[in-house]
Design a protein around this ligand. Sequence first.
Ligand code: FMN
Length: 275
Amino acid sequence: MATTSHSAPSQVAPWRADFLNHLSRMDSPEFVFSSLHAVPEGQKSPTPYLPRARYCIMRGFWAELPENKHNNAPMNPRVYESEMPAFTTDVRMNKPIELFGSSSGHATDVSQAQGCGGGGPCEAVWWVKDAQVQWRMKGEAFVVGNDVEGDGEEMESSGVRTLKSEVGSRMRVVDAEKEAEWSWKRELTGHFGNNSPGLRGMFCFPHIVVLYWGYSADQNLQALSRTRHLDSPWISLTMTRISLLVRKWRTWRILLRGQTSAWSLSSLRRWSLWT
Ligand SMILES: Cc1cc2nc3c(=O)[nH]c(=O)nc-3n(C[C@H](O)[C@H](O)[C@H](O)COP(=O)(O)O)c2cc1C
């Protein structure tokens, strides 16, 4: 693996098995992802940042892309494990600039949020109805972009270095012999290929952004037929971003006891699982 600092946790997080078990019980591993949006200049606000929340789909823990027979992207060998939830997004959405803008780099313009980096604070929440459990993770989210591996001659940007240091230090080696075979860019491509054809279309053809979320099924079908194969992933990757949630604070598992009184405070029990 290129330029990654390694002080990776040697221990599996104590909540990992429980969390994965709960995810497997969800129809779709949807979660609410919140980040901080800088208040635009001239807009009145008592605070410089305002919260934003939206649904996203968890694509597994970083470096553990699940097997998917429809994904024909080249895949990394299983060399690492982590407890960093990953999801795909698009550089044209607000999440990337929010994660760059609220980080120590204080990016103020989208042009500064095009590649790897970020690290702004975030919170993610999963409601596992079947288990009556809510999982909340608080931490920082980093963005993996197309510049994650240069052509070998260019200097790595500070965003790439930050990403590899912060994220790399939280990746546990499970197969040291294959470590040299693992590539950040291949992992990014693998995530891209793991998206549905419709989503890949959205990343390939900018106009499909609107189409995917709002247009008719018929227009969606046209997009699907154009994007069934991963024939030009590199062009598409210019739009694709993977966000990783790196927990630095606590992970809470909140159990709602009993359905009828589920919302009363006394019915809530919570455990701190990670510090
Ligand atoms: C069920 C569901 C799953 C979604 N999954 C994702 C996702 O994985 N990544 C993503 O960027 N947007 C996803 N979206 C769209 C986001 O909720 C959001 O509307 C969009 O990303 C724009 O958000 P932003 O501009 O605040 O970043 C999903 C929406 C729904 C309803």
